[in-house]
Ligand binder design. Sequence first.
Ligand code: DLL
Length: 436
Amino acid sequence: MEKQKYYQPELETMPREEMAKLQNERFMKQLHRVYEKVPYYRAKMAEKGVTPDDIKSIEDIRKLPFLSKADLREAYPCGMLAVPLSECVRIQSTSGTTGKRVVAFYTQHDVDLWESCCARAITAAGGTKEDVLQVCYGYGLFTGGMGVHGGSHKVGCLTLPMSSGNTERQIQFMMDLRSTILCCTPSYAAYLGEALKEAGYKPEDNHLKAGIFGAEPWTEEMRRDIQRSLGIKAYDIYGLTETSGPGVAFECCEQHGMHINEDHFYPEIIDPDTGEVLPEGEQGELVFTALDKEAFPLIRYRTRDICVLSRDKCSCGRTLIKMSKPRGRTDDMLIIRGVNVFPSQIETVLMEQGYSSNYLITIDRVNNTDTFDIDVEMLPDQFSDTVRAITAKEKALTDALRTTLGITAKVHLVPPKSIQRSEGKAKRLIDKRKLI
Ligand code: DLL
């Protein structure tokens, strides 16, 4: 039997004019629905002086206000809901953070839609019902595990719900159950490559043929490295909790840019300073409108990811618009080992624990794994503490940071006044990773 190339061929290869028509229909319906159901959004539109009557077609989308993380925080937890809570079947949440968590709601329709997007990504990576798909994205509130898991079921793959960590067990299952597709963050894929080598395996010893990696930035060099060490083709996948999770965009056999599932997520690129919509091909901030999600349908949501859109013809036959790999962010959000971290959260914990704002965060990528160190100046009265007391304080701080951030930092308490003072803006972060 010929291998299936698309999961939903009629949508993935839809002629441009038909897609534009579909987007327009879905958008107009969605706008009226959200206006009617979400008082927060109605107020937002009133602030901008627009009503649905001013919007004749999707072309007028630029008249509408943007939504940002700040809006989601203000409306937390249920203020953006466009259906009664009783219609929702699931929540998911952004990785890592507590103070800045975003909670996204899903109806069954939304879960299906999201899983179909992941199924498209898996099919584009060559996945069929003959495959064994190993999911080592985290399960739980993070969208990585649950989203890819659902997509894998839809394709009919044998799904291994491993979740993250426990490398020894990952390798055992990978070998014993003959996994053919691996799904995890690119840094964990690289780490698994090394761990397999250390365990004495050669790339041809495993049964993997493809990997679907995302949730954090990664380079072409890293792709080559992973492809070599695991003996696979490595595909990128993009998404964010606010729009559903992984699968908003995915790579095809061209491995050059990610197709956006634009029948569900309408993309715009804006100038992050002025909010002006930029012409296609220009670099700017990616903004999404969810065209047919029910529970949590964000309109003009600013992702803070910087990228470029392109309608160049793709050899895979898909007509879906493509986005480049994200080239950076407009805010200070860091992604460390796949977890979203804001420096302000670190500062809050330090202050709560009685330290000053003299600290320095250093991030690097060593052997394809992120390292995360924080130097924190002791207060003068702590400096005279015994080594044992200082070690205990470092541990307490490490624990408090882990509780807030969801990942472990290496904390070093350093002598007072040892961190260089700045005459201008304080420099509290050194990111040595070359990700772009
Ligand atoms: O990271 C969803 C996801 C899970 C995507 C698994 C792919 C695979 P959040 O935790 O909400 O959701 O983080 C979203 O992560 O705005 C980007 O800055 C970044 N990001 C996600 N995918 C990629 C990628 C998930 N392929 C934020 N390349 C986004 C670069 C990515 N950055």
